[in-house]
Design a binder for this molecule. Structure first.
Ligand code: NAI
Ligand code: HPV
Length: 527
């Protein structure tokens, strides 16, 4: 059956064409939330731009939904937490419109400095007012860039070409990185104090909401100019309107608004503020880029693969794949085995990465794989790389992740210790090559087990006859034993037996094994 994809905002034809090769595509724009809720249950994927609010209600109604794609950068119109809870991958196309937004910012800055939109409107009205539209030069002025990500950096590069002095604030970018581009990183209050023009390029998050407000504007230079081509709400619009009216702010250029469209905003009534209707990404080139990117990611996810720009799950970058993948495969098997060996309600998990495993670039990814391996068999709802951690947290499972140089005689080791309300159990494994991994201990007993197929694992008193009786029972049940290992600490004490078998062990045979004199516990597991 073909997958069904709903496109609820205008998407470039190039993207739609890619989707149509693999999916049934419906383009249905301008839907209300209720209309979307009514139809979303029929679709496997939803593709949007900034025009669709993908709320928790929409997501919860998307019974078949596996992928939400954002043909652009900002995902603030998507309830990613709700998607994560439901195991839906959210991905964006953050690179495709960087240059479009950058060039729009430059256009806004130049228009603001030289009053181009106002002068155009005036001349078209039949006026010829040359002195009214006296401008300022950008040459030698200080540009303050708040948010030094993709767009912020490209804006700075272009501003430097116009001989502006660029300073930037971004708590997540190092001074060295900025210095390599000739940009001085400064604290935010210094940026506000020193800049002649301030342009914001951050996401709208708690920390950036109304960061430009009455108080911060008061610390800026008289006659400062402000630009927002990022997200409405980073600048407090009421404070801006007042500061423009008082003359503190000489002018502002806005592409985005707290509410879009910004009907009734006083910012639309003043000539000192120039505006565009969220056009930052609106170039032919950018729209083609983002549509193609998100369409390809959508198909990849629907076909069981991964997406390049997942917003709500850790993915392994291509360059780390070869190193991380063997550990991830082992980890999932270890998780699966461990959950089958435990009884009771899972309370905590301690995961230790030792030796070379501690150096992995992405232990968080491997930890999620362990969780998926453990939780998938026991939960009704699908557990995947998107929601594994969330599901564990929701179920109150305490998690700890430790790294250590110690690898217990192996080059690398992953150990998982699980505690339930009834018992503790542990499993360790080691990777010895791209396709070669072993379970090296269970419950503290050494083993050497290829993590695949069916096993019977039992604890028994180390005395003659116990193993033979178990083998006889399996033989009678027509279960072939492919391998056997016994681990013990001291002769005569408790021992652990691992039997690899070629097929499922019938429940009555397992019951018989559990009743053998000397057997303490016995479990059948499929790894
Ligand atoms: N007007 C439009 O049509 C478009 C708007 N955008 C918006 O532009 C903004 C920037 O986009 P990109 O550069 O692609 O994103 P990005 O993720 O590459 O850069 C954002 C930067 O903001 C920084 N940041 C986060 N919190 C911060 C804080 N509290 N203070 C200062 N910096 C902080 C991050 O470290 C990051 O470097 C986003 O809000 C995006 O949605 C993007 C494309 C088109
Ligand atoms: O990519 C972004 O963050 C944008 O704001 C672009 O929005 P749009 O796709 O033009 O609705």
């Amino acid at each position: 059956m073909k997958y069904r994809v709903l496109v609820s905002d205008p998407l470039a034809e190039e993207g739609i064409d890619i989707l149509k090769e693999f999916c049934d595509v419906d383009v249905n724009t301008g839907l209300t939330e209720n209309q979307l809720v009514d139809i979303i249950g029929d679709y496997d994927a939803l593709l949007v731009r900034s025009g669709t609010e993908v709320t928790a209600q929409v997501i919860d109604a998307g019974d078949k939904l596996k992928f939400i794609g954002r043909a652009g950068a900002g995902v603030d119109n998507i309830d990613t937490e709700a998607a994560t809870r439901r195991g839906i991958i959210v991905a964006n196309a953050p690179e495709g419109n960087t240059l479009a937004a950058t060039e729009h910012t430059m256009a806004m800055m130049l228009s603001l400095a030289r009053n181009i939109p106002q002068a155009t409107a005036s001349l078209k009205k039949g006026e010829w007012k040359r002195s009214k539209f006296m401008g300022v030069e950008l040459n030698d002025k200080v540009l303050g860039v708040m948010g030094f990500g993709r767009i912020g950096r490209e804006v700075a590069k272009r501003a430097q070409a116009m001989q502006m002095k660029c300073i930037a604030y971004d708590p997540f970018i190092t001074k060295e990185r900025a210095a390599s581009l000739g940009v001085e990183m400064v604290p935010l209050d210094e940026l506000f104090r020193r800049a002649d023009v301030i342009t914001v390029h951050t996401p709208l998050i708690k920390e950036t909401r109304h960061v430009i407000n009455t108080e911060s504007i008061a610390t800026m230079k008289d006659g400062v100019r402000l630009i927002n081509c990022a997200r409405g709400g980073i600048i407090d619009e009421e404070a801006l309107a007042e500061a423009v009216a008082s003359g503190k702010v000489a002018g502002a250029a806005l592409d985005v608004f707290e509410s879009e469209p910004p009907a009734g905003s006083p910012l639309l009534d003043t000539d000192k503020v120039i505006v565009t209707p969220h056009l930052g990404a609106s170039t032919v080139e950018a729209q083609k880029n983002v549509a193609v990117s998100v369409a390809n990611q959508c198909i990849s996810v629907l076909e069981g693969g991964s997406a390049k720009y997942v917003v709500n799950a850790p993915m392994i970058p291509a360059e780390q794949q070869a190193v991380v993948e063997p550990y991830a495969m082992l980890a999932q098997k270890m998780g699966r085995l461990l959950i089958q060996l435990t009884e009771g309600r899972l309370e905590s998990l301690e995961i230790t990465y030792g030796g070379e495993a501690a150096e992995l670039p992405n232990t968080k990814f491997v930890t999620r794989v362990i969780l998926k391996g453990m939780l998938d068999p026991i939960l009704q709802a699908p557990v995947n790389m998107v929601n594994a951690e969330f599901v564990a947290k929701e179920r109150g499972i305490r998690m700890s992740e430790t790294t250590t140089e110690e690898a217990q005689g192996f080059k690398n080791i992953i150990s998982i210790a699980a505690k339930t309300d009834r018992m503790t159990e542990s499993v360790s494994g080691s990777v010895s090559g791209p396709d070669h991994a072993r379970i090296v201990s269970i419950g503290g007993y050494m083993t050497d087990l290829t993590p695949t197929g069916h096993v019977v694992i039992s604890r028994h008193t180390d005395k003659p006859g116990v193993i033979g009786k178990a083998a006889t029972i399996l033989g009678r049940a027509n279960v072939n034993i492919a391998g056997m290992q016994v681990g013990r600490h001291k002769p005569g004490e408790e021992a652990l037996m691992v039997l690899t078998v070629d097929s499922v062990v019938p429940a009555d045979a397992m019951d018989e094994i559990k009743k053998i004199d000397g057997i303490h516990t016995a479990k059948h597991a499929e790894i």
